[in-house]
Design a protein around this ligand. Structure first.
Ligand code: RUQ
Ligand code: CUA
Ligand code: CA
Length: 640
């Protein structure tokens, strides 16, 4: 979460006059601070700082026997590493990392021409960006469940969205959102709001968190800044439209009927400092009327901003006074909310309070009534607003009517029943909506359950991304790992199953049944326009100073045992792996030329470099492939 320091800042403890940050909350904040600073005293590196708490009794077995396969996939945001992690669950074993925004040395991501094209380069051919900060990951839907086509992940730093093909588990497109800074939440739509035949994802919604001058210019008066909510086409990955709003966006959720997309908003104040951003008692959860927005775009009721050609419709308060024509509904929710999640019964959106100890339940049907002019007061769309604990952030569901919300300050998961909360809110104070609490280690942010935000929520496993691990793992110097914990939610009581250390910094993830994806393990030669389909096509082809080297691999040899180029040549080397057996991957490295990449079965990849160092260079296979792997080489001779 990006708000860690804000929540932990001692100055926030001075907010006692507010209803939501009461004395208990201040105590909670203080505990939070103390807990965070109270690291174990320097322990000898050879001993764990403290014995771990005994594991809870019962719960599913997470220790698979050798050779056993997991039953769920998890797609995890990698954080600073700018990639997507693929886990098997319940074991928690990391199976794969899919590079997206940041170079990756194993596959040659950011090295090959093909990956550089996806990542984006500057005029000099170098990568435009080499840092990223991935937060949220979600997958495409059909009929309310994942369909195994795509997943998406965001880069908050450079406002990029990457698409992952779930047939090959590779990133194939990256789009940068125009006029957006701090691109945070993403969520695909679950069907089309008007065309009943389109029961699958065709749009991905993206929330812009930081307000900026539009178009960007050195304007100091921050009251003039605004944010944009963007819609990206799931197929073309082009930005279809944007909505100009008051305040900001944060997380994103979508309704199962395709009609509404939602963002929580913590900066209704449009402040530039955190004190200003938390000065109001309530902020908002926004609902975007997708069909109306697209009708407005079609009718030409939009403007464009700066050099961008993307249509921008006006979703500000001023332009949306009449519900019957409104593009956006601003539902008031308590102080600096974080996280908005759609319940699998398709009825509710849950918005967590963060600086308020409450979760707010908003009924979808009532928001739609308001858009139709049938609900006068939008506040009446709130059917529950109940206290659950300190620092509520994200919510997951078990498909049995229960919600699971992370409590950052309390270091807990609270399990609560949505219908009971609604009864309690309606005045039935005997309705016990809190079902269970579980201590987690420590300061949890994201949470998700198996199949949570689908109509097939199965209530088996819950994973939680803890922002701190403190004493749960062997000390490794000042940078502590963070802790992802797995919890069994199949019974009434939550049971903690496992701890997994994770490199910074854990964010959002989804967990789904393994049979929902059908990965292919061998490429087709036709997937690559440059493929060299026959090793006889190999050779060195010169066009002035531009030289193309065409090569194939077939264990244990490259088709060219040697090739010659001249100093100063611009060399493009194309390599097709003609091995078509599953798991027979080769690598290709050129010493001193900063080249290393792999080619999977029937994959083609290319690199371009200037042959600026004369001499002999043993290009060699970097991926163990054969008993003669070490002998698998090609000799590049660069003539002076
Ligand atoms: S945010 S810890 Cu970047 Cu997903 Cu809530
Ligand atoms: Cu080819 Cu190792
Ligand atoms: Ca606020």
């Amino acid at each position: 979460m990006s708000d860690k320091t804000e929540v932990l800042n001692p100055e926030t403890a001075g907010m006692g006059r507010r209803r939501f940050i009461n004395t208990a909350a201040i105590a909670g904040l203080t505990v939070g601070i103390a807990a965070c600073n109270d690291k174990p005293a320097a322990a000898p590196a050879t001993t764990p700082a403290a014995p771990a708490a005994p594991a809870a009794k019962g719960g599913a077995n997470v220790h698979l026997k050798p050779g056993e396969l997991d039953t769920y996939y998890g797609l995890w945001s990698g954080g600073h590493t700018g990639d997507m992690r693929v886990l098997g669950l319940p074991s928690g074993r990391e199976i794969h990392r899919i590079p997206c925004f940041v170079p990756d040395a194993l596959v040659g991501w950011g090295v090959t021409n093909e990956s550089k094209k996806v990542m984006g380069t500057k005029a000099d051919g170098n990568l435009r960006y080499t840092v990223a900060d991935t937060h949220h990951t979600h997958a495409s839907y059909k009929d309310g469940n994942y369909d195994g086509r795509y997943a998406w992940i965001n880069d908050k730093i450079n406002s990029r969205i990457a698409r992952i093909r779930l047939d090959y588990f590779v990133c194939d497109k990256i789009t940068q959102l125009p006029n957006v800074q701090g691109f945070h939440g993403i969520f695909p739509d679950k069907r089309d709001p008007v065309d009943a035949a389109i029961n699958y994802t065709t749009r991905v919604f993206c929330g812009g968190e930081f307000s900026i001058p539009l178009p960007n210019a050195p304007i100091e008066d921050h009251t003039k800044y605004r944010s944009l909510f963007s819609c990206v086409d799931a197929e073309t990955m082009e930005v279809r439209w944007q909505v100009l709003i008051d305040g900001n966006c944060d997380l994103v959720a979508t309704s199962f009927d395709g009609k509404l997309a939602a963002t929580n908003q913590y900066n209704t104040e449009m402040g530039a400092k955190y004190e200003d951003m938390m000065s109001a008692e309530r902020d908002a959860c926004l609902f975007y009327n997708v069909a109306r927005i697209e009708a407005a775009v079609k009718a030409g009721k939009f403007k464009t901003i700066g050099a961008s050609k993307v249509p921008v419709v006006d979703g500000t308060h001023e332009a949306n006074k009449d519900p019957k024509t409104s593009l956006v509904a601003y539902v008031s929710v308590p102080k600096n909310p974080h996280g908005v999640n759609a319940s699998p019964d398709q009825k509710y959106f849950i918005c967590a309070g963060k600086l308020s100890p409450t979760v707010t339940t908003i009924e979808l049907a009532k928001v739609l009534d308001w858009f139709d002019g049938k609900l006068e007061n939008l506040d009446d769309a709130i059917v529950a607003e109940v206290e659950v604990g300190l620092g509520p952030l994200h919510t997951a569901f078990d498909g049995r009517g229960n919600a699971y919300t992370t409590l950052f300050l309390d270091s807990q998961i609270v399990k609560w029943n949505v219908e009971a909360a609604i009864k309690f809110h309606a005045g039935d104070k005997s309705a016990k909506y809190v079902v269970d609490r579980l201590d987690v280690h420590y300061q949890p942010g994201h949470i998700n359950a198996s199949q949570s935000e689908t109509i097939a929520a199965d209530g088996k496993y819950l994973a939680v991304g803890c922002k701190f691990s403190k004493d749960r793992f062997l000390p490794v110097g000042p940078l502590h790992p963070e802790n992802e914990q797995l919890i069994d939610i199949s019974g009434d009581k939550m049971v903690l199953l496992a701890d997994h250390p994770v490199r910074g910094e854990p964010h959002d993830f989804i967990i789904f049944k393994r049979d929902l994806v059908k990965p292919k393990q061998v490429y087709s030669l036709d997937d690559f326009p440059l493929a060299i389909k026959d090793s006889k096509e190999s050779g060195v082809f010169r066009n002035g100073k531009k030289v193309t080297v065409k090569m194939t691999s077939l264990a244990p040899a490259f088709s060219l045992r040697e090739f010659k180029v001249k100093k100063g040549d611009e060399v493009t080397l194309i390599l097709t792996n003609l091995d078509k057996i599953e798991d027979l991957t080769h690598g290709f490295a050129i010493p001193n030329y900063n080249v290393n990449f792999i080619v999977n079965p029937l994959e083609t990849a290319s690199v371009t470099f200037i042959a600026d160092q004369p001499g002999v260079f043993w290009c060699y296979c970097t991926h163990f492939c054969h008993a003669l792997h070490l002998e698998m080489r090609s000799r590049m001779i660069v003539e002076a």
